[in-house]
Design a binder for this molecule. Structure first.
Ligand SMILES: C[S@@+](CC[C@H](N)C(=O)[O-])C[C@H]1O[C@@H](n2cnc3c(N)ncnc32)[C@H](O)[C@@H]1O
Length: 201
């Protein structure tokens, strides 16, 4: 699994730079959902005057995320790691200019709740930027294999689901606009189908 996941990160990097260029200088207050070790900071955290809140249930990620923030040029005074989950974000309504979530909605216990939270915390007009691996096309062989492997994947990869129709769920959350793209990372096997893009509150 680690090999496949590393391969995904390399491939995802190819379109991450384009995606993150949509975070303009107006995005000053940013929340990153499932921040993990902070692999996204290098794409956006050197911007001037930004404040970033990284939310993750795994406290062990904090020191790695802090190191990645500093390496990307984000002073620690402008970064807070908050232990928490996407289903109950620890910030108020309409407070964030942008929410970022990459490869995280597969792991949330309640994806609808997490998406409602993303929308709740964004300011009107705020930007949600996402990259997620998703279920393959319904009826395809890959989808069948994903459904067989899903219970094992949840067990070995800390609750990660293979068969979520995350793009559809993002579109149904009630954002004012959604720009949804699909990609297939052929070397990533059951984790190959991806959606990425942005949504505006
Ligand atoms: C596969 S890693 C992705 C990390 C990083 N975002 C990236 O793109 O590499 C998933 C992360 O989501 C976190 N996570 C798991 N369940 C979560 C939840 N309910 N809410 C927020 N984050 C969660 C995990 O602790 C982990 O750091």
């Amino acid at each position: 699994f680690l090999f496949i996941f590393s391969s995904i990160l390399v491939k995802v990097a190819a379109y991450k730079a384009t995606l993150f260029s949509q975070l303009t200088g107006e995005s000053k207050k940013i929340l990153e959902l499932g921040v993990g070790t902070g692999p996204n900071f290098k794409y956006y955290a050197s911007a001037a005057d930004i404040n970033v809140i990284g939310v993750d249930p795994n406290k062990k990620m904090e020191k790695y995320a802090q190191a990645a923030a500093v390496a990307a040029g984000l002073p620690l005074s402008n970064f807070s790691f908050m232990r928490g989950v996407g289903e109950v974000l620890p910030v108020g309504d309409d407070t964030m200019d942008a929410v970022i979530g990459t490869l995280v909605l597969c792991s949330t216990k309640d994806i609808d709740m997490a998406l409602r939270e993303v929308k709740r915390v964004l300011k009107p007009g705020g930007l949600y930027l996402f990259i997620e691996h998703v279920a393959a096309r319904d009826g395809s062989l890959l989808r069948f294999v994903q459904s067989i492997l899903d219970p094992l994947q949840q067990f070995v990869s800390d609750g990660c689901h293979l068969t979520r129709e995350t793009g559809k769920l993002i579109s149904e959350t009630g954002f004012s606009s959604v720009d949804l793209n699909t990609a297939f990372l052929s070397s990533a096997a059951v984790l190959g189908p991806h959606v990425y893009g942005t949504a505006r509150k």
